[in-house]
Design a protein around this ligand. Structure first.
Ligand SMILES: [Cu+2]
Length: 126
């Protein structure tokens, strides 16, 4: 009888632990779902998904025409809060890369969001 009681007790503790886990999971799921639907309602969130355009100036340090990629050593881009840096961009199909070469100082425009921006135009810097 003692063994049975002990076993029953352990089973209860286990059941309580499992129930506790299930409740916790349901709660976090509900919180996550609530959070997501709230975020979809927020206008600011929709604005963030919209593409932002920005003007920049830089020097071409690498040109990968076959893959339509270009590397700029660019100055600060205040419109998107970027400091000066050297980085590679994907170039839009409308941009003619044939006229460009490494070392060119250019003005360029970017379009995108987050950390994904595409070069939309490139023109010689004055
Ligand atoms: Cu950059």
């Amino acid at each position: 009888m003692y063994f049975f009681d002990n076993h029953y007790l352990r089973a209860s503790v286990l059941a309580a632990a499992l129930l506790g886990t299930a409740v916790t999971l349901q709660m976090s799921e509900a919180l996550a779902q609530g959070g997501m639907s709230d975020m979809k309602k927020m206008p600011a969130m929709n604005d963030m998904k919209k593409a932002t355009t920005a003007n920049a100036t830089g020097t071409i340090t690498a040109l990968n025409a076959p893959n339509r990629k270009i590397t700029f050593d660019h100055g600060p881009i205040p419109a998107i809060n970027w400091p000066a840096m050297k980085m590679e961009f994907v170039v839009a199909p409308s941009v003619d890369l044939a006229k460009l070469k490494t070392g060119d100082k250019v003005n360029f425009t970017l379009s995108g969001s987050g950390d994904k921006y595409t070069v939309q135009s490139i023109s010689p810097a004055p």
